[in-house]
Design a binder for this molecule. Structure first.
Ligand SMILES: *Cc1c(COP(=O)(O)O)cnc(C)c1O
Length: 438
């Protein structure tokens, strides 16, 4: 085998690749510190009337809930046979207000901070409904505090919008290449946007320094925050309830495969952590990353020592701005050691092609980052590595009855003109979605 056929060789050459996690399926170590998903679920429950009030929405629908929709038409458009199992989409791109998966972790983190402040001041009793966080007293309290975050875009949108709505001073540090419309939308809502040269890690470091110098300031730490992580993890129960409602079994005879685009790792890591708690060996969680930014794959391969994509000579330049991260979270990577089935990479061209297929087959508006998961069922059933994973677990005969859930993580708020550019690129890009050799 030549070097270019090893996984690191393939990564350096930006060839789409599937890496299977050798620790997949081993007994998980207990997480330290303990990860309390139930508390996050409870907080999000108590926050729904507050969120409806803050964003003038009907209190009937949850503002942190997305649909689970049939997507066999997408599978057919991508050339999948019906022997590959059923395709579903968990449509987080439709999450209201923030328009991305970041609504889950981001809203939860800011609500948790606001609740702590309000409880300290006696404005709300622990465990009580959070509607009083919209009272004049609470707003006055929050106006004396700031919430700070560094972001490639969507986390900034989520944190900025909820923080501003609660009355916090909201400050979002962004890399200068973050999308202009995201910066504008934040500024329109009274959020301070500070731009930085360099990549996302730079914006985060700057935000962290500034916030740590100020005791009335809360820094949302995309790399290490447990409040973000559990907010994402709470999505697992939501998916389980939707599968049950649709009479879709997940058990030893009916494996569930879930494909989630991965940036720093918090969102996909939290969701995978929650799903493993609920479904154990019956769920197989696979992350998707851009070929230029496979930070979680690189970190999982490296083990305990931090390792970035730059050390492989990759440039971390991708149109999938939600996934343009050079170094994975060192909180999340160890938690994935036994819980993650694998990680695959794909090119920007392939993401655009998938984005175009989602539009054509399903009429869905997703951003390039959010299209990355759509290659997952092909990767796991076509590629040599995927077929080996399936065979090693005796899943071969079960694949036809399997369920593939593709997590579409963002896109419904992309302005029409911007989205048209994505579609134009999709149309112009002849793309190979044959992952046989990956
Ligand atoms: C942030 C984001 C992700 C990945 O989440 P991480 O927590 O950074 O791993 C995926 N898709 C979209 C659209 C995102 O904004």
């Amino acid at each position: 085998m030549s070097y270019s056929d090893t996984i690191l060789g393939r990564l350096r050459e930006k060839r789409p690749s599937l890496w299977i996690n050798p620790g997949a399926g081993q007994a998980p170590e207990a997480a330290k510190p303990a990860i309390d998903i139930a508390a996050a679920e409870d907080r999000l429950d108590r926050a729904q009337p507050l969120l409806a009030k803050l964003f003038s929405r009907s209190a009937a629908g949850r503002l942190t809930h997305s649909p689970l929709v049939a997507a066999d038409a997408l599978g057919a458009a991508l050339g999948a046979s019906n022997q590959m199992g059923r395709w579903l989409i968990k449509a987080d791109h439709e999450l209201p207000i923030a328009g991305s998966v970041k609504a889950r972790g981001g809203f939860h983190e800011v609500l948790a901070y606001a609740e702590r402040l309000a409880v300290e001041q006696g404005l709300v009793a622990p465990g009580a409904p959070l509607t009083t966080l919209a009272s004049p007293e609470a707003r006055e309290l929050f106006s004396r505090h700031s919430v700070v975050v560094g972001s490639t875009g969507n986390l900034g949108l989520s944190i900025g919008l909820i923080s501003a709505a609660l009355g916090f001073r909201a400050i979002v540090h962004m890399s200068s290449d973050a999308k202009e419309w995201k910066k504008q939308r934040l500024r329109d809502h009274g959020v301070v946007v500070i731009e930085h040269a360099g990549d996302y890690a730079n914006a985060v470091a700057q935000g962290r320094r500034e916030a740590e110098a100020d005791p009335s300031s809360h820094f949302v730490d995309d790399e290490y925050s447990l409040d973000l992580f559990v907010g994402y993890a709470a999505a697992a129960r939501e998916l389980a309830a939707q599968l049950a409602e649709q009479n879709i079994a997940v058990d030893a005879q009916h494996p569930l495969f879930v494909y989630i685009p991965c940036g720093v790792g918090g969102a996909p890591g939290g969701i995978a952590f929650g799903l493993k708690q609920l479904f154990g060996d019956h769920v197989h969680c696979v992350f998707a990353e851009p070929a230029a930014s496979p930070c979680m794959m690189v970190q999982m391969i490296a083990g305990d020592e931090p390792m970035s994509v730059y050390s492989l000579g990759l440039d971390n330049r991708t149109e999938a701005d939600g996934l343009a991260v050079g170094q994975a979270s060192l909180l999340v990577a160890p938690l994935m050691r036994t819980r993650l089935a694998g990680v695959y990479t794909l090119t920007d061209d392939q993401m655009f092609s998938l984005l175009g297929s989602a539009e054509q087959a399903l009429g869905m508006t997703v951003e390039p980052s959010a299209a990355a998961g759509m290659a997952g069922p092909l990767m796991m059933t076509q590629s040599a590595a995927g077929r080996a994973y399936v065979a090693a677990r005796g899943l071969g005969p079960l694949v036809a009855g399997a369920v593939h859930v593709v997590w579409t993580t963002g896109g419904s708020l992309v302005p029409a003109a911007e989205y048209q550019k994505f579609l134009d690129r999709a149309r112009k890009t002849p793309t190979n979605l044959d992952f046989g050799d990956a």
